[in-house]
Design a protein around this ligand. Structure first.
Ligand code: UDP
Ligand code: MG
Length: 318
């Protein structure tokens, strides 16, 4: 059977919100006028997410469950879903109802009407996000645009519809440290956007603690920009020039008979430069670590179970 639309939903410990989500998503999809599948990617949840999905599957044949062996992260879960999805169009949406399912119908309309491959969901109103989230997001998009040159639409997250051609192009790229929202704009497919109001999380709590946010930021920077490496070079160079100038100054003052005074300044300079060297090493380390991880060629996720394959009587997963 041809699937016209795949809805990819990453889920990590979403038992609280899952029934609410499905209650709103299903009517939208049943009325959308396209054959569809929902690919629920259970990102190694430890709660009742897996059991709930299995139960829902019994009364919803279009629901397909993909389970990852370990918690591999939001981006890896989406990647897994995009590889498994069979649709002509694919939309990725969060499970917490912050992205309204009704917008999917609008996106499909735009995709069919206009000759575009990517339809971004753009948040027109983020008043429900915390000030911290809004502030960091704003900083993230502005900075990434400047240092990477990637023309990622501001305020577009991972609520996005993509054509088969776009998803094939994404899937063909290395998946380690992939930040999909930055990869997609670089592919150069014609795009459109649909505005939406970002609601509050309907139930449960955020699965994006500060550590995961930082990881995403580091992946974005090291994956798309060499500006930090250049910063290290230029800073090191200016430090060297400065040190040389100070050496000349010290020699001149010595010749003038001035005793070299003040060790505090010396200590500050030594400590300052030691810190800077460590920072530069850290920057190098981030890039080397990325190369190292890519060389291992290890998958970013392991699929433990795919209900589609299981239903057909096959063995799912590696
Ligand atoms: N998510 C996931 N794996 C993770 C973290 C999050 O699959 O390791 C999913 C989560 O279940 C949700 C989506 O990614 O559907 C976005 O996460 P969340 O809403 O917690 O992030 P926030 O909106 O707080 O940034
Ligand atoms: Mg959320």
């Amino acid at each position: 059977m041809r699937v016209e639309l795949s809805v990819v939903v990453p889920m990590f410990n979403e038992e609280a919100v899952l029934p609410l989500f499905v209650e709103r998503l299903r009517p939208v999809l049943d009325r959308i006028g396209a054959t569809y599948e929902v690919v629920a990617v259970d990102d190694g949840s430890g709660d009742l997410t897996a059991a709930t999905l299995q139960r829902m599957k019994r009364t919803w044949p279009e629901l397909r469950v993909l389970r990852l062996r370990t918690n591999s992260g939001h981006q890896a879960a989406i990647s897994a879903g995009l590889v498994a999805a069979r649709g002509d169009w694919m939309v990725t949406i969060d499970a917490d109802l912050q992205d309204p399912p009704e917008v999917i119908a609008e996106m499909l309309d735009v995709g069919r009407r206009e000759r575009v491959d990517v339809i971004y969901g753009v948040r027109t109103d983020r008043s429900t996000d915390t000030a911290f989230k809004r502030g960091t997001a704003k900083l993230f998009y502005r900075t990434m645009r400047r240092i990477s040159g990637v023309d990622a639409p501001v305020d577009a997250g991972d609520f996005r519809m993509m054509s088969r051609a776009t998803v094939d192009a994404v899937n063909a790229l290395p998946s380690h440290g992939r930040v999909i929202r930055l990869v997609v704009p670089t592919l150069g497919f014609p795009s459109a956007s649909v505005g939406y109001r970002r609601d509050e999380r309907a139930a449960g709590s955020s699965k994006y603690p500060l550590g995961k946010m930082l990881r995403l930021t580091l992946d974005s920077i090291t994956g798309f920009s060499q500006a930090p490496l250049r910063f290290a070079t230029w800073f090191g160079l200016s430090g060297f020039v400065l040190a040389f100038a100070m050496l000349v100054l010290a020699v001149v003052r010595k010749l003038e008979g001035d005793a070299v005074s003040g060790w505090p300044s010396t200590v500050v300079i030594v400590a300052g430069f030691a810190g800077l060297q460590l920072l530069c090493l850290g920057i190098l380390g981030e890039y080397v670590g990325r190369i190292h991880a890519s060389l291992q060629g290890r998958p970013t996720y392991y699929v433990a179970y795919d209900s589609l394959i299981a239903d057909q009587g096959g063995r799912s997963g590696p």
